[in-house]
Design a protein around this ligand. Structure first.
Ligand SMILES: [Ca+2]
Ligand SMILES: [Ca+2]
Length: 118
């Protein structure tokens, strides 16, 4: 409950300080699985980006995009899976990169930034 002596200015200051106290979220909700490089296209460059991430730890801005099978981790299987997608786009896959969307599975991977999705 607000004290009666707060007044309009006091209330405005209180509301502004409350808004400033809310941490800014940097998580991108929508991304395209497979586009690990974040350029809006799924190609062999994304396979190379995943392999580079696995060897050096330097990744993109959206780790979820590199988790092709949505297992919650990025490993060599994701790179092999993506190679199959790139060279056999009409092949029979159980899971395939799709259009923009949110990660349906809670996991430790993050997607801080992914600009190709609106
Ligand atoms: Ca890409
Ligand atoms: Ca995976």
């Amino acid at each position: 409950m607000l004290p009666r002596t707060l007044g309009t200015l006091g209330l405005a200051v209180l509301m502004a300080s409350a808004l400033l106290a809310i941490p800014a979220t940097t998580r991108a909700d929508d991304f395209q699985r497979g586009d690990f490089s974040g350029d809006g296209a799924i190609d062999v460059g994304d396979v190379i980006a995943i392999l580079s991430y696995l060897s050096s730890g330097d990744g993109g801005e959206c780790d979820d995009a590199g988790d092709l099978d949505d297992s919650g981790t990025i490993n060599i299987g994701d790179a092999v899976y993506l190679l199959h997608v790139v060279f056999h786009p009409d092949g029979p896959l159980i899971l395939a990169p799709t259009s923009c969307g949110a990660d349906p599975t809670p996991d430790a991977l993050d997607c801080a930034t992914y600009t190709p999705c609106p």
